[in-house]
Write a protein that binds this ligand. Structure first.
Ligand SMILES: Nc1ncnc2c1ncn2[C@@H]1O[C@H](COP(=O)(O)OP(=O)(O)OP(=O)(O)O)[C@@H](O)[C@H]1O
Ligand SMILES: [Mg+2]
Length: 266
């Protein structure tokens, strides 16, 4: 089915059924039978094959798997950046148990979700090169028309929280990779999202910088943030509460994590 046809079909489906459901208030997000395939020419690749996942508030989950196993596809679907073929992705949108399926939302609702409810972090930082650290973090609030005074307070407090108060006026090219990634973490937190979705957040970074980023994630978890991180680095994944293995689009294993950074490197 072409993307256009799929969009028309999904829009019809959304109009018919975009209703809220009650879910456990302690859950941030629940995913049921999520399936996504890509067709190019005569070849169809099933990137996600009936994936099921529930993330509790304050949980830090790592998803590991080899290249091509579907990790980015999962982040893109959960982040309302891509359309799954079938399944459910229900977010606790008000934090009190009002569940809304993003598969049934309109494009406008998707935009709102991305702006206010989901904090996205990617491997290649995705900062605007002509904007300073301050302005990059501020941007989602500018788009969301937040009062300038509130914006300034929030950006300053977030940049200090991740140790970048001295870099506010720096452009991305004037910062190290680790510093740029910290700016994207601050930007992801700017609208107090329900969850942080991180795709290979340390993929480009050396061991020491990776450790620092993981420490920030652990601090965020301690402060009650919910985090889903996908990575092929099985070692650093062990700091998460749960480590789930994705193989050929399917969850094939799960183990407990909760290791400290020190445990990992000893
Ligand atoms: N836009 C697309 N069009 C066609 N096929 C795609 C597209 N995006 C991903 N795929 C295919 O879907 C499968 C899953 O890709 P995905 O990017 O999710 O893997 P990944 O686990 O993130 O890999 P990596 O570790 O290399 O980032 C791969 O076989 C990939 O080739
Ligand atoms: Mg990927």
């Amino acid at each position: 089915m072409s993307i256009e046809k799929k969009k028309v079909r999904m829009n019809k489906q959304r109009k018919a059924t975009a209703k809220s459901v009650r879910i456990d208030p302690d859950i941030v997000l629940t995913v049921q039978d999520l399936t996504k395939s890509y067709t190019i020419g005569n070849t169809t690749i099933t990137a996600l094959n009936k994936v099921n996942l529930t993330i509790k508030k304050g949980e830090f989950i790592a998803i590991v798997g080899p290249s091509g196993s579907g990790k980015t596809t999962l982040i893109n679907c959960l982040g309302a950046l891509d359309f799954p073929d079938s399944g459910k992705i229900v977010y606790n949108v008000d934090g009190k148990g009002m569940g809304l399926d993003i598969m049934l939302m309109t494009n406008k609702q998707h935009k709102k979700m991305r702006l206010r409810k989901i904090g996205l972090i990617f491997q290649f930082y995705n900062l605007f090169p002509i904007l300073t650290a301050f302005e990059n973090v501020e941007l989602p609030m500018v788009i969301d028309k937040i009062d300038p005074k509130l914006r300034e307070e929030k950006v300053k407090s977030l940049l200090s929280r991740i140790g970048l108060e001295e870099r506010m006026e720096h452009l991305p090219t004037q910062m190290s990779g680790g510093e740029q990634q910290r700016v994207t973490i601050a930007r992801a937190l700017v609208n107090d999202p329900l969850i942080i979705l991180a795709d290979e957040p340390t993929g480009e970074l050396d061991t020491e910088t990776t450790t620092n980023i993981m420490k920030i994630f652990l601090d965020l978890k301690k402060a009650g943030e919910s985090i889903l991180m996908v990575t092929h680095n099985v070692r650093i994944a062990e700091v998460a509460d749960r480590i789930i293995t994705l193989t050929d689009g399917k969850f094939t294993g799960e183990k407990k994590g909760g290791k400290s950074i020190e445990d990992i490197y000893n």
